[in-house]
Each structure stands twice: as structure tokens, then as C-alpha cells.
Design a protein around this ligand. Structure first.
Ligand code: XIL
Length: 369
């Protein structure tokens, strides 16, 4: 029997096409299986052995949404039960407190400070100087260097004086460095690098008892950004600038930074005799968008991760507090900011404690009881 050459070619072509389809399909489906895309959701029923604040020797804080605090009873009760430190997730930022020039709006931030006072909580103020969440009048401001300085000084001193004696710690400057030097933000452009030093001095003048922090993200890794930041802070300390501590935001993931890097970074801080806070802790479990459900596997690894990082934080006598950035997964900024489903916090979207919450208690108790 004779098979035509063209027929052989078409069989070969078909075979090649189906092979390619198979390889493409496998390379899409296999990683999804490996990373658990098809796993079933984990249902748990956790009864916590105690509260976060009772388990801890340092204040355990939460960044709150003022509207939920006012309106959602379940949210409010959980905040009161577990935390002894509050941060306004947004409502002490410039666009909220000074939305128009020299017109200050205190209702929401006052509510948080009063709420904290009524429930024996301390308040961490966030934040006096940042390049984000600025009102448009600041972004469009036109003036000389001196006028920019006066505008910044007026904001810092009005806010810090308004809360004088009521705020334990302030994030005075937020996110001012990059890997290779100063972030060239609106303050740097109009005032120069000295805006950092001046901000701390002005805040200290307004509230001499508040402890003043420099706060940033991606510094726990201890790489270039940390080194740039810490060298600049050391110089300011040598000049006598009133900086009392470093805030590590700690928006971290299940795998990064490595625990060994976190430990060695914190050792450097210990050697400087500088206080530090873990100011915005959340642990993203879906960085690569590989999961659709919160599975047992994700829960186990989140438990371990909360345990190991908190254990590293607790080793230092210079730790002055740990604050989670949001109360429950439903409140976290991570999903909207990164456009993905995620479960970074200790309570789930129904305000039920996750297994990670018990791990968090265990590690606090193991270190502090
Ligand atoms: C975030 C808030 O969580 C969001 O609600 C808001 O839309 C943007 O800001 N670093 C900070 C925080 O210092 O102020 C940021 O908070 C998260 C990153």
C-alpha cells in the first residue's frame, strides 16, 4: 500500500499540533495543581485560648477603619477584646486631617483617640509626613522653600499639638528612602533632604513626650534600602535629632523575606539601642495569584509564618509593639491594592479567628509568659 507523502506530512503536522497543545495545557494546569488552585476551602472552628493583649508583654495593635469602628458591633467588640493599641488606618493622614489649607478636620481621628482612651488602649499616630494621600492643595502648592517649610511645620505642629499627651508614638516620616538614597518626593523636591530632620524637630517641639518613629516598608530584608535608611538615621541621631525608633511596616508574604534576613536586620537595630515597632503587619498568602480558596495547606503555612516572624520580633528587648494592618481579611488593603484575593490577617472575613490567630497567641505566650 502506498501512502502519499503529503498525507504523511499532514499526520505529522497534526501530531505536532496536538503535542504542543498537550505541553501548553500541562504547563498551565500542573502548576495550578501544585499550588493548590483546585484544593477545597478549609473550614475550621477556632476557640482562642486567650486574647492577644493578655498573651503579650508589648502592646498589640490594630489599624482601624473609623466607620467600621463606629458602625459594626462585631468589629468593635473584637478590637476591644484583643488589642491594647490603635492606629488610624487612614484618618490621621494629611488628606483627612487637613483637607484644605489650615482647615483641620478632627471628627474621625478624635473618635479613634477617644475610643482608645475609653478602652485603656494606647494610640500610635500615623503619619505626619508622607508623599501619598495628600490633599490636592498640597500637591498643587506653589511657594518658596521657606513657604513649603512653614506649610509642613504648621501641619506637623497643629496635628501633634492637638493630640499632645494622647499619642504614645508617632510615625513622623513615612517611606522617605529608596535603595540608593532619598525618595525624590514632593518634600525632597521643595525643601531638600533636611525636611526629615526638621519634621522630627518640629514634632518633638509640639509633643515632647511622644516617641517619634521613622516608618518604612521593605526594610526587614536588610538589603540596600535598609542600609541606606539606617545610615541616614544614624547620621541624624549623631546630630541629636529626636528620633526614638524605627517602624518596620512588615507587609510580608509567606515566603519573603527569609527569616534569617529578618533576624539579622533586627540584630542590627538592637546594636543601635533604638526602639522598633512592627507597625503594619500582614502576611500575604497569595502573592502569585495561584489560589482561589483558603485551604488547610495555606492555613498551616500561615500559622507557621506568623509564628516564626513574631518569634523573631519578640527576641529583642527593643520591640515596643506589634500592630496588624487591619482586623480581618475583609478589612485588609492587600486584595484591592494588588488586585487579587488574599487572606493576610488573623481573623477571617466573618470575623472568626483563623488558626493563625492561635499560633500568634502561642508565640507571644512562649516568649512572654
Ligand atoms: C493604606 C491603607 O491601608 C489603605 O486603606 C489606603 O487606601 C492606602 O494606604 N503603607 C502605609 C499605610 O504606611 O498608610 C498604607 O495604608 C499601606 C502602606
Amino acid at each position: 500500500m502506498k501512502i502519499k507523502f503529503s498525507k504523511v506530512r499532514s499526520i505529522k503536522k497534526k501530531y505536532r499540533i496536538s503535542c504542543c497543545t498537550l505541553i501548553i495545557a500541562a504547563s498551565i494546569i500542573l502548576p495550578l495543581i501544585v499550588f493548590g488552585y483546585f484544593e477545597t476551602p478549609y473550614s475550621y472552628d477556632v476557640e482562642l485560648s486567650t486574647t492577644f493583649k493578655e498573651a503579650s508583654a508589648v502592646p498589640i495593635g490594630v489599624a482601624v477603619n473609623v466607620n467600621k469602628l463606629r458602625e459594626n458591633e462585631q468589629y468593635r467588640d473584637l478590637v476591644i477584646e484583643h488589642f491594647d493599641s490603635l492606629t488610624a488606618e487612614n484618618h490621621m493622614k494629611w488628606m483627612y486631617v487637613e483637607p484644605s489649607e489650615n482647615q483641620f478636620y478632627w471628627n474621625d481621628s478624635d473618635y479613634i483617640v477617644e475610643f482608645a482612651g475609653n478602652h485603656s488602649m494606647i494610640v500610635h499616630g500615623h503619619c505626619l509626613v508622607w508623599h501619598q494621600q495628600l490633599p490636592s492643595w498640597v500637591e498643587n502648592y506653589e511657594g518658596t522653600t521657606e513657604e513649603w517649610e512653614l506649610m509642613l511645620k504648621n501641619h506637623i505642629q497643629t496635628v501633634a499639638s492637638h493630640y499632645k499627651g494622647q499619642i504614645a508614638t508617632w510615625d513622623v516620616v513615612n517611606e522617605a528612602f529608596e535603595n540608593d538614597g532619598y525618595r525624590k518626593n514632593i518634600w525632597y523636591e521643595h525643601i531638600g533632604p533636611d525636611y526629615i530632620k526638621k519634621a522630627f524637630i518640629w514634632a518633638h517641639e509640639a509633643d515632647p513626650d511622644a516617641k517619634l518613629y521613622y516608618n518604612d516598608f521593605s526594610i526587614l530584608k536588610g538589603d540596600a534600602k535598609f542600609t541606606t535608611m539606617i545610615e541616614a538615621i544614624k547620621e541624624l541621631l549623631d546630630e541629636g535629632v529626636p528620633i526614638h525608633g524605627i517602624g518596620f511596616q512588615a507587609h510580608i508574604t509567606d515566603t519573603s523575606p527569609l527569616i534569617s534576613n529578618i533576624e539579622s536586620t533586627l540584630n542590627i537595630i538592637d546594636d543601635l539601642n533604638l526602639s522598633y515597632r512592627v507597625s503594619e503587619l500582614d502576611i500575604s498568602m497569595n502573592q502569585f495569584k495561584t489560589h482561589r480558596e483558603y485551604t488547610k495547606r495555606i492555613s498551616d503555612s500561615q500559622c507557621e509564618r506568623y509564628y516564626e516572624v513574631t518569634n523573631a520580633f519578640c527576641q529583642s528587648p527593643y520591640l515596643t509593639g506589634v500592630t496588624t494592618w487591619g482586623l480581618s481579611d475583609a478589612d485588609s488593603w492587600i486584595p484591592a491594592f494588588n488586585d487579587r484575593i488574599d487572606w493576610p490577617l488573623l481573623f477571617d472575613s466573618n470575623y472568626q479567628p483563623k488558626p493563625a490567630a492561635q499560633c500568634f497567641i502561642n508565640v507571644l505566650e512562649n516568649n512572654y509568659s
